[in-house]
Design a protein around this ligand. Structure first.
Ligand SMILES: Cc1ncc(COP(=O)(O)O)c(C=O)c1O
Length: 425
């Protein structure tokens, strides 16, 4: 089996591994990832593109590792031929450690710091995606000081609204990202002052979890028009990075992204420009390839609500409280005899916001019973914190019948490492 499926007895498995066994061996809360699912998603996107465009003109799929930057996930995608999109010096180091060649790494970020820019230039990064007119000067001076050329793309803010939530829309004029279309010529002019800046073209990223797939088409058309105009003015565009944002299904009704339409738009709108194409999918590769495995502490009954209190909390998975995100939540052992009833599903953190779901129908769970918070492979562990002095959860990767602990649970000692009490306290 690939990914998360139930057997005939109603037990949830990750690939061929019973999640009860994972909990027994590694404890809870634990993130569990299916390597086969992640690889399958990569191949699905690559397949849809190659059906339209053939193998030669295939875009470079730079995995946006902010979604899940575990080294094992990076290595898995690198082995399949992916490139990498990073937004910090830390992510760049992860990419290099996982074995990505620097030319296949692109760096975005609205506030890249001098040390991050310098390191990226020194290792020979594929491109720096510049997010403002001001940043041109930062990158220009550093590359001149280092006497090392660097490829740059201007991240265009296309003023297209896309993204499943206010907090993950990035392509509108009022968002902090990118350079507005009417200032792109100014960006070329500024960058031409630095002989170490190789202007390769443009990048964009409209937002995340974009269900209105038409938003992609709209943004592609806008950027294609811009490329044609710039070229007619003698301004070069040889690379186009069209970002990520492909949605995944968090609930059954979500459906799936029409990859074929997406690939057709890339082929029909972008390919004729004759540019090297880069994409930055994150969530699509990993989102449904992970769950957060948790255990019922108790069911707290009140006159108004039954609270299912589990041992995972908002510090482990912040998406529900940060984005009001929906995650399917299901017991590991399904029992069709048991009638599902409404519960608020909450963690132990001292915040009312520590709520994974409200009035969610779920079969009654006994103390100690295991529960899966589904679709937690993207923007899950990477956003976890130590709030309430809770150690970070463990992470486990599964492939077929194999499973490995890929990050041990953080102990109290790990958690306070580096903390010091001054002698004068
Ligand atoms: C610049 C950039 N590229 C790619 C992504 C990945 O988006 P997604 O995970 O929705 O594919 C993001 C996400 O925020 C982003 O900011």
């Amino acid at each position: 089996m690939i990914g998360f499926n139930r057997d005939e007895k109603g037990t949830l498995f990750c690939d061929d591994v019973d999640l009860n066994d994972i909990a027994k061996e590694y404890g809870t809360p634990t993130y569990v990832y299916s390597a086969s699912h992640i690889a399958g998603q990569y191949k699905k996107l690559e397949g849809a593109l190659s059906k339209e465009m053939g193998d030669k003109a295939l875009p470079l799929l730079c995995y946006a590792c902010k979604a899940n930057s575990h080294l094992a996930v990076l290595k898995l995608l690198k082995n399949l031929g992916a490139g990498l999109e990073v937004v910090s010096g830390g992510e760049l180091e992860r990419g290099l450690k996982a074995g990505f060649t620097p030319e296949k790494i692109v760096m975005t970020g609205v506030g890249k710091q001098a040390h991050e820019i310098a390191r990226a230039i020194e290792v020979g990064i594929g491109s720096l995606n510049i997010e403002s007119i001001e940043e041109i000067r930062h990158v220009g001076i550093i590359s001149q000081d280092l006497q090392k050329p660097v490829n740059i793309l201007f991240r265009v803010n296309p003023d297209v609204s896309g993204g499943g939530h206010e907090k993950i829309s990035t392509g509108r004029k009022r968002d902090k990202f990118g350079i507005s279309i009417d200032r792109i010529r100014e960006a070329y002019k500024q960058a031409q002052h630095y002989n170490t800046l190789n202007i390769k073209g443009l990048s964009m990223h409209v937002g995340s979890q974009i269900f209105e797939v038409g938003a992609f088409e709209k943004a592609f058309k806008k950027i294609a028009e811009l490329v044609t105009e710039l070229r007619s003015e003698g301004l070069p565009v040889t690379t186009l990075d069209i970002g990520g944002g492909f949605p995944i299904a968090y609930e059954e009704d979500d459906g799936a992204l029409d990859l074929d339409s997406y690939a057709r738009w890339v082929h029909e709108i972008i390919s004729p420009l004759g540019v090297d194409i880069v994409m930055e999918p994150g969530r699509f590769f990993v989102g449904n390839g992970g769950i957060l495995l948790t255990k019922t502490i108790m069911v707290k009954k009140t006159p108004e609500v039954d609270f299912l209190v589990v041992d995972a909390a908002m510090n482990d998975l912040i998406r529900p409280t940060l984005y009001e995100a929906y995650h399917e939540i299901a017991p590991i052992q399904q029992d069709k005899e048991k009638q599902a009833t409404p519960h608020h599903i909450v963690g132990p953190v001292c915040e009312t916001g520590d709520t994974f779901a409200k009035d969610r129908n779920i079969q009654p769970c006994a103390e100690g019973e295991l529960v899966a918070i589904m679709s937690a492979g993207a923007y899950g562990f990477v956003m976890a914190s130590n709030y309430n002095t809770r150690g970070l959860p463990a992470q486990v990767m599964v492939q077929g019948e194999e499973h490995s602990l890929i990050k041990k649970r953080q102990s109290f000692e790990d958690l306070i490492e580096g903390e010091d009490i001054p002698s004068w306290v």
